[in-house]
Design a protein. Sequence first.
Lengths: 837, 187
Amino acid sequence: MASEESRIEALAAAIADGKDIDWDLSESSAGSDQERAALGRLHQLEVVARAARALTARWGAFEIRSEIGSGTFGTVYRAWYAQLECEVALKLLHREHARVKEACLLAQIRHPNVVSVLGADTVAGRTGIWMELVSGQTLKTILQNQGPFGPDEAALIGRDLCRALAAVHQKQILHGDIKPQNVMREAGGRTVLMDFGAGDASLGESNDRSLAGSPAYLAPELLSGGQPTVRSDLYSLGVLLYHLVTGGFPVTASSLDSLRQAHAAGQRQLLRDARPDLPSAFLRAIDRATAADPAERPESAGALERLLEEALGVRAADQSGPVAPGNQPARPSTESSGVVTWLKWGAAAMILVSGIVATWLALSPGRPTGAIIAPGAVVRSITVAPLELHGTSAERTALAAAMTADLAASLEGPGVTVKGRALPLTGAAGDTITQASRIGADAVVQGSVSIDGETFRLDMAVVDTQSRRSIWQRSYTAISADVPSLPRVIAKDIAGVLSFGAPTAGRRPPIAVSLLAYDHFARGKQLAEQREPAPLLRGIEQFEEAIRLEPSYAPAWAGLASAWIALGVPAFGPLRPFEARGRAREAALKALDLDPELPEAHTALAFLSYFHDWNWPAADERFQRALRLNPNYAEAHHWFADYLNAMGRFDEAMAHITAACDLEPLSVLYQRDVAWHLFFQHRYPEAITQLRSALSREPTYAPAISLLGRALVANGDVVEGIAELRRLDLAKPANAAMLAYAYAAAGDRPNASAWLSRVTARETAEYVSPYSIALIEAALGHGDRAMSQLTRAFQEQDSTIVNLKVDPRFDALRGDARFTRLLAQLRFPESSPQAGQ
Amino acid sequence: MDPESSFELIERAQAGDESALGVLLARYLPRLRRWASGRLPRYAREMTDTDDLVQEALLGTFRNFDTFDNRGEWALQAYLRRAVMNRIRNELERVSTRPRVSEFPETLPSREPSPLEQAVGAELFQRYETALEELSGAEREAVIARLELGCSYQEIATLLEKPSVDAARMTVARALAKVAQAMTPTP
């Protein structure tokens, strides 16, 4: 019904406004059961609204921000006072009080040791007093954190409070509730007497009041019904000081009655017994202030102050060193939970904001950790299992993979070896642990990612592979913006827990990149790993998009460089090498510009120096630099091995390719390349074994098949070799060339020539490596034609010519002077190739 | 004069404009602190300075912000609330001195109810929260902004891109009516 609806809406508006609603009236005039039910629900919502509002309330001109503390009489809030454009402490009393008048008196007190009362008012049935917001800790907190005070410090505090009380008493006001909770030490050391809240009394008035103030601090005459006086305030101060130096009280009991009795019976603990070390002047001051008979106490705050100054002065004489009254106590002021901050906006806003902007860049989303649990065995090598995804689409797999890789890379550092960057996803976690153990890792990092809208949650664990027990767990929650930096945060925590040296990644600039850019980067990496032209090109697109979003994200530039390199390497890609080279170099240089220590960028440039510039010394130097920056960067080892192989430094090459395999035990590519090195060393049977092993894991891996074919042919198993090669996609000139060579090496000239023609026929349409043609011509015995193709290879900058020095397939030409001249032109280093068996 | 869009301000702040950052903080800091004080259990305030954390959370979010589907100011506010809650949760976990056990903990240790939950009772609070989920993103933000963040109608008009204070009030009222409607009746 329309009118019902509008009534509901009107009530809802009233709730939104915060108006009072007469629910009885509304519900009784409900037209139907349905309406009644609806009203009932609205009523409940109003309960929530009121409660929420109470927590975010305004009171008068004040915007209540947060609660500072509460007591029997009221609650103190931090509130924003628009008029002064600053925050104040607003004490809202529970009931309306006649304290407004007193507050006016308090407001007249301006003393450094008294909290400045700024005003008071009664609004909406509540009385509030607002005062300066003091930033510091209460004496109670300090006592809790640091234990009993020394006499000097206590005396200084006492002296400050005496001055405060003198100012208050002068206005004919008594405090009435002096206790550690009501005294603050400001951040700079100032003692501030707070909270005039408890005592209802003013001098000269007789009030019917219940016993306020903490009983232990109450003077005995008050306990027996007497009126508060100046001296009862002094008694409280004395007890406060007693409490500061001992943590106890002169007179204690479990109930008010027994307290009265204790007083009456004169049962007290003497200060000199509680702390025999205290100087006698100090003892005298406190004893007098806490005398049971008011007449024996100092007559005024000033008098007590003089006693305390004596205590300070005498102390100095004892030590024969001056104690300047202005000295701050030796106790350091520590941060703890009772901090209340003083913020000034308005005129100071710009300064404050500048300060914030200065810390803007320094803030990081995560912080080091955290508890260690039973570490058990020492962890020297660790691996990272792929992060599992829960409840999200396949869209995010690239992201998870990139985070896994980042995490592994971020763990790099002294004292730990990070193995096998990506264990393949298997089913149960148990398999991951077994796999990790098999590759020689002491521990494996496991994690799962749940994504809910913009919120990411990562549950991480480190598991000991021997005992299979978890040695650390931690959950991380982050919004999308913080996700790219999470892997580094997690790595740092893990490094801390397992006592690795600080990860080297920590020394590099933090990754401050949006999740969107990071996601593109992740996809780029995933695609580029496939080493096929189509995914490589798509990967390049992804890297470029990441760069467009975050132009200074060095890893994306480095990824781009690697992808272009992969496209330019004939075994993998279709491009003429020099097309890809320019782009790769540009990207690599840009990456280095942004992050001079990025190993990936150095590796890319090193590879370019080797494979495209044929600048051997430069390549050597850069590979070494990359490996210095990250000794566990497998790809650097991999390419360095390639270079060393081409230089004829076979033993070193073997060492590095083995290192690459060790770091990435599951990489078929690396295993295949071990065989490549063996091939060049004439170690064909071993090469064949390696290749068969690689193919057993990935039966359709073309680079392994093609090398197997070639190795079999070289080993004399021609028929088998040719059979393998025929499995390849022979539309590709490179593969056709390999087959042509195989036939030629086998002595099958007709087939060799036929296939050679097929290869040369493709030259107009796509790039055909002159080197590969030279190989065929050489195998056919056409020395001249082979040499002319090799010269072409040199002139056209065919990269495969880097292998010229060591390629066993050109052994027949090594006596040829033209061959020797070509080698010299390529400026290969001196060492002669070390042939294997 | 129309107040400047927060998204523009963030862009300017990221480019180094300090006054833009100041406006952003002035806009969001107070209301998020109010919200946090209603939503965080008391022990949280004892263990850490939550006001500082709210500020830090905001600064971090603005720094790393890149546009998600630009659905408007209210979406940004919802995002900021989550960012603040996450930052505080992480910090609490960090400073917590609970000893950990070597088995995977089943759930987080018992959660102390927030002041709001304590004030209205767990059952009503739960129904309120559930009912909020029935609203659209903008409607939900309107309700939370008015009730828990203490926003004025003017601020809500900016948040939801409403042309006037009255329009904002009407929107809030309708959203509240919807929430009430969605609250399951008392058992």
